[in-house]
Design a protein around this ligand. Structure first.
Ligand code: NAD
Ligand code: LMR
Length: 332
């Protein structure tokens, strides 16, 4: 049989380092991880893409590495390769952990995902303490406080670099509002604040751009649909998981904003769940300005109407419990 030479035997010319940033995806073989890996391989701001998972990452890596885009892809499998996967990374995106099935809340994922996030953040603190972390694993309202506590214990915590990904709520809000208003969703911008679960997801429909006036019925319909968007997908998938494709799209939209911020672009603003002084809670999602060091500015809520003020009180009540649960998990 004809022997096929390996790349090393062929002594291929080393590729000149392409400009861009080093990005790791942790949980890269999952429902979100795979399309996210594909989309990040297409991003010209990525020079190196590390794909880590506890299963199946070699296959995903082989597949994605054949795409003729410039990012160099490397795969890492299992806990013993976690440190290699993370070393030198500038952005770490975490979609690792179990998803919901019908009848579950995101809170029901806490027992499994809290431990996974803790271990991964310990690795980040050790191997790439300056990386910007995009945390997707649910329940985001608790996993972000878990990450904060792990980084604090390791002495590496920088609030600007820890970002809970709530972009899917904004993506859904833009889509649903555009549908009601008969607009192109790409022209619509809806700030979504609070957190990422049920009533903690608070779309500020009074601040929609372009300015519009919604009836009370439209406001009620849209608020509920945005808050229940995740459940709508979980039910439609009927046991086969939660949002993966729209989430990968949203994760890439958010990671691309982080990359443009790192590059030094001006005026990069997106919503994220971050350490915050906007309310009395230690974490809250609002618009943030992304720059060379992460979330460099956290914006205030702006004027709220009565409907939103009532929603804000409900959101804060539930968020306080979820944040406390995350913090206590590490300090118990
Ligand atoms: P999935 O089960 O399809 O994939 C998860 C992947 O994580 C799997 O490949 C699994 O092997 C991997 N994994 C498990 N433990 C790991 C560990 N210790 N280290 C590395 N990888 C590990 O699930 P999914 O649909 O991709 O969802 C992943 C998570 O994202 C879930 O918690 C889900 O609730 C959450 N999610 C969040 C949002 C959001 O808006 N923030 C949206 C959708 C889903
Ligand atoms: C979503 O909003 O789609 C995710 O948080 C997944 C879920 O469990 O709903």
């Amino acid at each position: 049989m004809e022997e096929i030479s390996t790349l090393e035997q062929l002594n291929c010319r080393a590729k000149g380092g392409s400009p861009g940033f080093k990005v790791a995806i942790v949980g890269a073989a999952g429902g979100i991880g795979q399309p996210l890996a594909m989309l990040m391989k297409m991003n010209p701001l990525v020079s190196v893409l590390h794909l880590y998972d506890v299963v199946n990452s070699p296959g995903v890596t082989a597949d994605i590495s054949h795409m003729d885009t410039s990012a160099v892809v490397r795969g890492f499998l299992g806990q013993q390769q976690l440190e290699d996967a993370l070393t030198g990374m500038e952005i770490v995106i975490i979609p690792a952990g179990v998803p919901r099935k019908p009848g579950m809340t995101r809170e029901d994922l806490f027992n499994i995902n809290a431990g996974i996030v803790k271990t991964l953040c310990e690795g980040i603190a050790k191997c790439c303490p300056n990386a910007i972390v995009n945390l997707i694993s649910n329940p985001v309202n608790s996993t972000v406080p878990i990450a904060e506590e792990v980084f604090k214990k390791a002495g590496t915590y920088d609030p600007k670099r820890l970002l809970g990904v709530t972009m899917l709520d904004v993506v859904r809000a833009n889509t649903f509002v555009a549908e009601v208003l008969g607009l192109d969703p790409r022209e619509v911008d809806v700030p979504v604040v609070g957190g990422h679960a049920g009533v903690t997801i608070l779309p500020l429909l009074s601040q929609v751009k372009p300015p519009c006036s919604l009836t009370p019925e439209e406001t009620e319909y849209l608020t509920k649909r945005i808050q229940d968007g995740g459940t709508e997908v979980v039910q439609a998938k009927a046991g086969a998981g939660s949002a993966t494709l729209s989430m990968a799209y949203a994760a890439v939209k958010f990671a691309d904003a982080c990359l443009r911020g790192l590059r030094g672009d001006a005026g990069v603003v997106e919503c994220a769940f971050v350490a915050s002084q906007v309310t009395e809670l230690p974490f809250f999602a609002t618009k943030v300005r992304l720059g060379r060091t992460g979330a460099e500015e956290v914006y205030q809520l702006g004027p709220l109407n009565e409907y939103e003020r009532v929603g804000l009180e409900k959101a804060k009540k539930e968020l306080a419990v979820s944040i406390k649960k995350g913090i206590s998990f590490i300090n118990k």
